[in-house]
Design a protein around this ligand. Structure first.
Ligand code: IMP
Ligand code: MG
Length: 180
């Protein structure tokens, strides 16, 4: 099955993303100042670019770990059933934890992941998402920090994919299907 053709229109520039991450890092600093260790947990795969830029702005004792949860597969619609494919490598009991996500859409993924991480008894558990589509929310979930609120449009770039493509774009763009 060949994929429908599409073009990508820039929505958020690389420069705006960098500026916003700098602001967010100040807030995160305020929250975690004095921590003996902050475990920054990236949700694979969409958060890999965001987490890389974010941790480099954090002047804190940081460890990085990853967790893979998935509700989308290769489709444009959430399946609403969240599964953990890959668990953390390290223990987070008694630790400060920051979960890093690319987008909050229906809210199922982060709601499920944070409930799961709470069972591991972290000292503090906070979450940050680069993008939020509040119009799409199905479960009541609010991240502690959000980069940008965006309208109900499918986006790619800066780590975020459409059927595994376009993660390498340095900016966030919307997907617009063309006739041919
Ligand atoms: P949620 O469980 O519906 O909140 O879905 C969150 C996940 O869906 C994100 O981690 C993304 O992987 C994916 N997702 C949501 N919106 C988009 C989008 O516009 N483009 C690409 N992936 C998306
Ligand atoms: Mg994701």
């Amino acid at each position: 099955m060949s994929q429908q053709k599409y073009v990508i229109d820039e929505m958020i520039s690389a420069k705006s993303i960098a500026a916003r991450i700098e602001e967010l890092s100040h807030d995160i600093h305020k929250e975690f100042e004095g921590t003996s260790k902050l475990v920054v947990v990236g949700l694979l795969r969409g958060s890999f670019v965001f987490i890389a830029d974010l941790v480099r702005e954090l002047d804190l004792p940081v460890e990085v770990d990853f967790l893979e949860a998935s509700s989308y597969g290769d489709a444009m619609e959430s399946s609403r059933e969240v599964r953990i494919f890959k668990d953390l490598r390290g223990a987070i009991e008694g630790r400060d934890v920051l979960v890093v996500e690319d987008i909050i859409d229906t809210g199922h993924t982060l709601a499920h992941v944070t409930d799961y991480l709470k069972t591991k008894s972290p000292a503090r558990l906070k979450s940050i998402a680069l993008l939020d589509k509040p119009a799409r929310r199905e479960v009541d979930y609010k991240a502690d920090w959000i980069g940008f609120e965006i309208p109900d449009e499918f986006v790619v770039g800066y780590g975020i994919d459409y059927a595994q493509r376009n993660r390498n774009l340095p900016y966030i763009g919307t997907v617009r299907f063309t006739d041919q």
